[in-house]
Design a protein around this ligand. Structure first.
Ligand SMILES: CC(C)(COP(=O)(O)OP(=O)(O)OC[C@H]1O[C@@H](n2cnc3c(N)ncnc32)[C@H](O)[C@@H]1OP(=O)(O)O)[C@@H](O)C(=O)NCCC(=O)NCCS
Length: 176
């Protein structure tokens, strides 16, 4: 039975292998201190029998309105807009394709709705790795910026945005 909850200090983070060395390094070395010591963000883990099989790290952020797609800009003021930033998302290679990424993202959407209701939040922003763009697109995220200098050797992340309205619509019954 998979449980999604905030990282705890006693969790063993050393076993997760996502296939991405940067994401693994972050999870093994920095997720704990960033959360418990510096309060830079919070990592949520998908736990199975005590073992973290995936994680998502979030922090509040803001976007400039010019960065948003035209449809999302309508009627919004021109000062920086509050968003929930999905800073990192990864699933252990052995646990891929079983819906964990989807479950973690769903959990993050619920956090965004809570943020919208409690503090304000116009949507979720993610800097998607090129290989993950289609993963996010299927949930409605759209690219919000032209990335320059991209190359196959060092692919640049692609900023993507999903507005709070469709998120609320997807969870409508339980959140309205
Ligand atoms: C992207 C990632 C988090 C997906 O996790 P996962 O647990 O394998 O995904 P799920 O099993 O929940 O997949 C949900 C759906 O997305 C699809 N999907 C998964 N990865 C995908 C990808 N990279 N591109 C397009 N679609 C993808 C699945 O086929 C599934 O579709 P379905 O509902 O039609 O069956 C995982 O592959 C990963 O950790 N990748 C490496 C790190 C990474 O790229 N993270 C994102 C950084 S921004």
């Amino acid at each position: 039975m998979i449980e999604i909850r905030a990282l705890q200090e006693g969790d063993d983070r050393s076993q997760l292998r996502s296939g991405d060395p940067d994401l693994d390094r972050f999870f093994h070395k920095f997720a704990g201190q960033n959360q418990f010591k510096h309060h830079l963000g919070v990592t949520y883990v998908a736990i199975d029998g005590g073992r973290p099989l995936g994680f998502a790290t979030v922090a509040p952020g803001h976007v400039e309105i010019e960065k948003l797609p035209a449809a999302a800009r309508k009627k919004l003021p021109r000062y920086p807009l509050p968003v929930l930033r999905l800073a990192r998302l990864a699933v252990d290679q052995e646990a891929r394709g079983q819906g964990l990424g989807r479950q973690l993202l769903r959990f993050i959407f619920q956090l965004a709705l809570r943020m919208a209701d409690d503090y304000g939040c116009v949507g979720v922003v993610v800097d998607a790795k090129p290989d993950a763009v289609d993963f996010y697109r299927q949930y409605g995220f759209i690219s919000v910026d032209v990335v320059e200098g991209q190359s196959d050797a060092r692919p640049a992340p692609i900023p993507m945005f999903l507005a709070i309205r469709p998120i609320r619509a997807a969870f409508g019954a339980q959140d309205d």
